[in-house]
Write a protein of this length. Structure first.
Length: 278
């Protein structure tokens, strides 16, 4: 791993003679965060230092040169910055980041750090304590502390009822952007996943459950939403469209079980040219 995280890396699991694999890989997808990304990375690495686990942070810049240049200012030896030249969506960035991860545990968190990264250490302990396959950060956990306006609560609840009806996944909150997987779960899921943008969190959980990784538990989170953007009708439609597509591939076409279910291969074929320079 480059000491300043300045270069786009080849798949980490294929490197020979590299440093020992860390216990924890943290995937951070980012886009249009140039003004705050260095401060947010410092908060994240401080929180990771307190976990007592060896770790790597993989910052995946989703087609944004300014954010890429700003993130390169991070001087932590645990941080690598990878990126590509066209915006492909959060789901695409997460899938690519997971494909590069080397840790025994793989987690991801939103780059704005509205979800407190200090919760990651607790999630790792819970995963090991309960021998879980997946730990899901949940706004609906009774110990969660969430600043969340009621219209968004109603919207979120309605979506979760739909998810339960369609997929029978026993999770009260699929969309909070903090989740942790055992490595073998992450590898199996990312090999089949296809969602590039809005419903990737749901696809991960649906596939984990579908492939037999049923030990999914929820953990409390602390969230201080800024709500600088609103959920517009177009975004709502896109989430519902992606959700319907997951249902179709899973229950109608049975695509995820077929030989053509090669999500990772398709992702690498579609990967844009790497970002570089200042």
């Amino acid at each position: 791993m480059a000491d300043l995280g300045l270069e786009v890396m080849t798949p980490a699991h294929s490197e020979e003679g590299s440093a020992p694999a860390p216990e924890l890989s943290v995937i951070v997808p980012t886009y249009h965060e140039a003004e705050t990304i260095v401060q947010n990375l410092k908060r994240l690495t401080t929180a990771m230092d307190q976990t007592g686990l060896s770790f790597e942070v993989l910052m995946v810049v989703d087609g944004d040169q300014r954010t890429y240049a700003a993130a390169r200012e991070c001087r932590s030896p645990n941080v690598s910055v990878i990126g590509y030249s066209r915006n492909r969506g959060k789901g695409f960035a997460l899938r690519y980041g997971i494909s590069q991860a080397r840790g025994r545990l793989v987690t991801f968190i939103d780059s704005d750090m509205e979800i407190a990264p200090e919760e990651i250490g607790r999630m790792a302990r819970l995963l090991d304590l309960y021998s879980a396959d997946v730990v899901v950060g949940s706004k609906r956990h009774p110990m969660s502390q969430v600043n969340y306006p009621w219209p968004r609560r109603v919207q979120s609840l309605a979506y979760q009822l739909l998810v339960r009806l369609l997929f029978r996944v026993k999770v009260r909150d699929t969309q909070t952007g903090l989740k942790m997987f055992r490595r073998e779960v992450a590898e199996r899921v990312v090999d089949a996943a296809l969602v590039k943008r809005f419903a990737f969190d749901l696809e991960l959980l649906v596939l984990a459950h579908h492939f037999g990784f049923g030990r999914i538990i929820e953990a409390p989170v602390q969230i201080d939403y800024k709500f600088q953007s609103t959920t517009n009708p177009r975004a709502v439609f896109s989430v519902l469209w992606d959700t319907a597509a997951i249902f179709y591939r899973l229950h109608v076409r049975h695509w995820y079980d077929g030989a053509e279910a090669r999500g990772l291969s398709l992702l690498l074929e579609e990967l844009p040219a790497p970002l570089g320079g200042d």
